[in-house]
Design a binder for this molecule. Sequence first.
Ligand code: ADP
Ligand code: ZN
Ligand code: ZN
Length: 814
Amino acid sequence: MQYFIDVILPIPIQKTFTYSVTKSEYEFLQAGMRVAVSFGRSKIYTALVYNLHQNPPELYEAKEIYQILDEQPIANSTQLPHWQWISDYYMCSIGEVYKAALPSAFLLESETVLSKKKSFDNESLLSDDEFLIYEALQHQSQLTIHQVSDILGKKKVLPIINDLLKKSVISVKEEIYEQYKPKMIKYVRLHKNLEKSESLENLLNKLSRAEKQRDVILAYFQLLSDKKPIKAKRLEEVSKASSQIINALVAKEILEIYYLQTDRITFQGEKKELKTLNNHQQKALEEIKESFKQYDVTLLHGITSSGKTEVYMQLIQETISKGKQVLFLLPEIALTTQLISRLQMYFGNTMSVFHSKYSMNERVEVWNNLLDKKQKSQIIIGARSAVLLPFSNLGLIIVDEEHETSYKQFDPAPRYNARDTAIVLAKMHQAKLLLGSATPSLESYYNAQEHKYGLVSLNRRHKDISLPEIQLIDIKEKKRKREMTGHFSDTLLGEIQKALEEKEQVILFQNRRGFSPIVECSTCGVSPQCPNCDVSLTYHKHKNKLKCHYCHYYRAMPNNCGACGSHQLDTKGFGTEQIELELKELFPHYNIGRMDLDTTRGKHGYRNIINAFEAREIDILVGTQMLSKGLDFDNVSLVGVLNADTILNFPDFRAHEKAFQLMVQVSGRAGRSKKQGKVYIQTHNPYHQILQQVSVTDYAAMYKEQLQERWQYHYPPYFRMIKITLKHKDYQKVDAAITWLFIALQNVFKEFVLGPSSPAVSRVRNQYIKQVLIKIPPKQSLTKTKETVHKIRNTFIAVADFRGIRFIVDVDNQ
Ligand code: ADP
Ligand code: ZN
Ligand code: ZN
């Protein structure tokens, strides 16, 4: 009898691969366990067992696996079919999904090397196997996983390596395998040699001559009343003693030190009770629960600051009290520190935050907690990639700000939309899913109108504060009447002045960062371009640099024109940096802050600015669309949009929908807690229908009009789309390839193939970009369409002339 497993490899090839295993391996292995296998010439990969069977592959001889890496599955039985769905739907390999899902610490590869730590010298701690490795590392500075396996004559060596890591005998080269290190926290307790009954008095007598040490002991007993382990740090704080004094007590065998492992993201504060819902919120909550009886997915259309988050929290509470898990998806974790701390106050140690930008250790911890069904994993708050985690028992998924395009992964594959992927995940768990937004995507609202989703609205702000009053300012007119100062109309300036005098805060929105997007020679009209991309460089005044926002190329701002030598360089257009500078001159006695990609680098970049604004250290905050993401400040009475035109004139069929969402969301930051806020939107085109709709927050009108256009011009939600992008550094080659592809697709899909075209920036990082768009009419089968695209892609790949061209398929492109 022969035994086989099919495995997933973390590579972009569209299938699983079969390997042979022994009978005992076959009996031991389960789907979701990792095995090391060799693939290609000699590379070893960490593969994931997909299934086990006894059918030899027809086209090749199955190789043996190299070793088994797990004792238990690390991916569970709903994840694999879910990944398979993503792979089928978004036309990528399941390996790409696997790679995106697993923290890379789980994806050990053959290049992993072990080396001995200098600090270790206590051989007596080692088991026989461990000693063999330790000894080998005395003779040779590095060992690969293969070699370890050879030395020990076994395949399962990962547990041994893990033990060696735990005992700090070896280290693993970080770039391949950043090992998982649980964070240890230092605690103190009374030394075990002290008699249990040792009284405080006795101890203090013993220390009668060491005043500081007495203080420490006093503080220790005081902390004991909390009935919690006592952290060394906390003891130092309370007793105001240095660590030396504590060490002295340790040396006297009065105290001893011990370590406990902690999960990194523990909540330390007091747990609070949930807020009582107001009547409207209570009604919405009831309606949502009612709707869930009929629909798996319900859309909560709640205006900004109506208290959607409070409603979510009630639903979360009810779900976890039934012992089910909750996934709370957010578009951008970094920008939602406020929301996370709000949730943390209520759900404390039953929740974990997951984000792909977190360190490897933090991600591994969340993953393992979910596998072990720890209490901390009852609620997972995360951005996009959190839908790929090992949930076992989901009861509810919330997708907050469901309209946000950042739910769609753009690059690399899998190019999935986390919102839609979450809907599928909820189905697999028979869980309910709530979409929430003040400005729902056309797609979701359409599904609600078509009764595919339930719909609940919440259209009162908390405390019945009215939505902000929105006014449009015609800057063409203002310019003509000379009522502009820099980029500010007199109206907006007056309102800023008023708000500041009232000690209220102001938010100003400008879509572009930097000082000005274009530098132009006023003699010959040439503007400096990025050498790698087909785009003008943006001027950043503070650093006196020209930067490319596509590839991060930069250079010093030149003194004269590179083309004609003229010294007259003009700047055109404006960004956040310029606005900030103008404000500093206009309001010298106030603090101006700026929030854009340039000021929020680093893990805590956003938080620092948000905290400063919250603490009212900043009076006016200027920023890009980051400002529209659910921020909740209680003292902002005025929001200004400096120029709505650049938002409206974006060449994309979704531009108007997005502009509406962006402006309504930005406006929603005003007047959230005390009184009605004010919003001023500057534009050259105040009669634009979208601006008119924004000015009265008329979602229904926007929806109706946009939907009509979508129908007329064959766009989603009626037609589906697949975008294919080709990239290569040789323009001729991409051009020939796109023509070939266009014709091949047109033969099948006729007039529903659009293109070929170049995107607005047609060359990025020296790669020329060409695209075609396939539109799929409502009655055409999506599956069949994809099959055809697959076939054409396979033919394309086989054409020798097209070798090296990147072929990118994006289903439901944004
Ligand atoms: P949304 O998510 O709909 O924009 P939030 O949930 O952020 O609205 O609510 C806006 C503000 O009003 C928050 O500061 C929130 O704490 C407060 N709030 C909302 N509902 C209540 C309530 N029932 N009781 C007390 N405060 C509330
Ligand atoms: Zn010039
Ligand atoms: Zn560039």
